[in-house]
Write a protein that binds this ligand. Sequence first.
Ligand code: GDP
Ligand code: IMO
Ligand code: MG
Length: 421
Amino acid sequence: MNIDILLGLQWGDEGKGKIVDSLCPVYDVIARFQGGPNAGHSLEFNNVKHVLHLIPSGIFHADKLNIIGNGVVIDPAVFKKEIEELGPPVSELIKRLIISNKANLILPSHRILDAAYEMSKGSSRIGSTLKGIGPSYTDKTSRNGLRVGDIMKEDFRQRYNDHIINHLTILKNYDFKFDLKEYEKGWFEGIEMLKKFPIRNTEYLVNELSVKGKKILAEGAQGTMLDMDFGSYPFVTSSNTISSGACTGLGISPKLIGDIFGIFKAYCTRVGCGPFPTELFDETGANLRNIGHEFGATTGRPRRCGWLDLPAMKYAIMINGITKLFMTKADVMSGFKTIKVCTSYNIDGKICTELPFNNDGMIEPVFTELEGWKENINDKREYNELPVALKNYIEFVEQQTGVPITMVSVGPDRKETIFRN
Ligand code: GDP
Ligand code: IMO
Ligand code: MG
């Protein structure tokens, strides 16, 4: 059981990139298993911030192997740009990054379809990142997709053209202007970049490495509340962001899974549309956004901010089988006089702790109020150095969820991390 999973318990942006990077010293392999360029995983070291979209967050460690698994959808144009911005030359990166031949491609027309669908939804739009995620996964599940392994085939260009013709036929139904040529050039340049990297049936590789005793960390994208089945449907992404997604997205048996780390912010954020029971529309919400720099790493959109939502978090812990919790961004709340935590919902006068099926009704959060702390905590490196009120907050969440919080992040830098046994 040497494959661990790290995934988000909220609506994404919990700090997965930073934590995966911090955990790298204990792993040999970092593998992405779902999502695509809708993800934006930030990590910081030596005073430089990097944002990764498709590439696993272990890429800055020269001795680690990174795998983009079959469950990921890849836009070659985004891939090329990301590779070029990383720093190390391609000749070096090809030793650190392997791509599944079964990962589906995001075509230029998928991005256009994404935008056309969103526009046609009007006020019920999802708030998608418009990276073509939904249309690409739709083609995958309807068995029409093109995969990374196909780029080596002689008839690839013909198959690409056939897909474009199909997509253009669909787009005739939408009053939506677009310029396919604008995307295509960069896309084909991206295909050439993809060809430089090892493309393999990575399911064999991951299982072989596991048999050899290598430590593997599966890095989730998005968060549990954006999961296609268990998130706030239809305001979700188009993949399974939960722990079982790691099995299908890498080709591994559940028997191989060891720890399942659930990462959460000490408060909540959501970018895009959909229900968010604890959302704050007041000054406190604005403070969380400004102090926490809560602006999307992929789209730059302001993130909606609110208090921690325990019913949602307990649900996420249950669905994923979380063994350990990691808490990020408590430092953002330093100086807050009081901190609220939602412990149940009031739905039409009934108190409940289960997430309702319908998203459209009024969910009123029931809060417990805890004392805040004044001290800045960015320079703390030991759990015992943390303010008593923060430790009380941490222990309250542990007691409510029944899962230990074994890591507390106190800033965006790799070093600003407290591990707790
Ligand atoms: P991801 O998608 O889960 O990897 O998270 P994002 O990178 O989209 O968003 C998290 C943001 O918070 C990034 O800007 C990180 O640099 C930053 N961050 C991560 N952990 C902490 C923390 O403990 N404190 C603070 N202040 N920032 C953090
Ligand atoms: P990381 O990995 C936060 C949100 C979008 C939108 C919905 C569907 O950085 O945590 P999509 O582009 O998948 O069609 O968008 O999901 N979303 C994210 N929100 N973090 C992400 O990724 C997200 N990826 C998608 O804002 O509401
Ligand atoms: Mg993000």
